[in-house]
Design a protein around this ligand. Structure first.
Ligand SMILES: Nc1ncnc2c1ncn2[C@@H]1O[C@H](COP(=O)(O)OP(=O)(O)OP(=O)(O)O)[C@@H](O)[C@H]1O
Ligand SMILES: [Mg+2]
Length: 243
């Protein structure tokens, strides 16, 4: 197995809060790795460090064997590392198609300047078809349901043909039918060679989809292993039950 993403000794503090505390983690190429842990255990902060949205206080980050410590989100995006957000981020006043087109043509930072390019239009059309969103293609994203917005955000990260996708709670606030749809799209992309790191509180979703499961507590990895072992692990039980 090849490590696609390697994190060694990552640290990030907010004042006195050590959100990520000497955390090391490897994501193998071709895996759907889950990142779970109680609220406030540092999952989103770790995502922000990996994707360059926050600068780490320390630690090394390697992606595809290269040192990417300190890289900005746009650069990582161009190298094939992209993510979704815990609260879905789409451009509300742009149409669904425009959201996809800008995602394909520009880095995340450049997305603040909405411009529509013709060349990405056909790829957007293919994704809309795949995500069964053709009927809402010309609607402003603000008119989508929350679940549809999450799907749109997922479709948007696929515009860049990424190698590694980080999903922050893809099913939170999403209805059961949409959760199945989300799962199907993850599986399809995984079968096509995309690696995933998924933060998720829905344990059934994690258990059927992910392997391995990594557990964070107080900013540190306390367990990494197959889903069949995670629920019996005493450290994990302690972290969740607070005993
Ligand atoms: N920008 C910030 N400023 C100050 N403290 C922060 C900031 N971001 C996160 N924290 C703190 O860092 C810790 C880790 O937060 P983080 O959002 O990474 O947790 P999480 O595991 O994603 O939680 P959840 O499951 O609730 O999404 C928490 O104590 C949180 O309050
Ligand atoms: Mg979070």
């Amino acid at each position: 197995m090849t490590a696609l993403l390697e994190i060694v000794g990552a640290r990030k503090a907010f004042g006195g809060v050590r959100a990520v505390d000497d955390c090391s983690l490897t994501v193998e190429e071709g895996s759907i790795t889950a990142l779970i842990g109680p609220n406030g255990s540092g999952k989103t902060t770790l995502f922000n460090l990996i994707t360059g949205y926050l600068k780490a206080d320390g630690g090394e980050f390697r992606f595809r064997g290269r040192d990417v410590t300190g890289s900005d989100p746009g650069r990582l995006y161009r190298q094939g590392l992209t993510r979704t957000f815990q609260q879905a981020r789409v451009f509300p006043h742009m149409t669904v198609t425009e959201n996809l087109v800008v995602a394909g043509g520009y880095s995340w930072r450049d997305l603040l300047v909405p411009r529509v390019l013709g060349r990405d239009r056909s790829r957007a059309d293919v994704l809309l078809e795949e995500f069964r969103m053709t009927h809402v293609a010309e609607l402003p994203a603000s008119e989508l349901s929350y679940g549809q917005r999450k799907l749109l955000e997922f479709a948007a990260v696929l515009m860049s043909e990424p190698r590694l996708v980080l999903l922050d709670e893809p099913t939170a606030g999403v209805n059961p039918v949409m959760i199945d749809t989300m799962e199907r799209h993850i599986r399809e992309r995984h079968a096509a060679g995309v690696t995933f790191l998924v933060v998720e509180h829905d344990m059934q979703f994690v258990m059927r989809l992910c392997d391995p499961v990594v557990v964070l507590d107080n900013g540190k990895e306390i367990f990494s292993g197959p889903p069949s072992e995670v629920q019996q692990n005493p450290l994990v039980l302690d972290a969740y039950l607070g005993t």
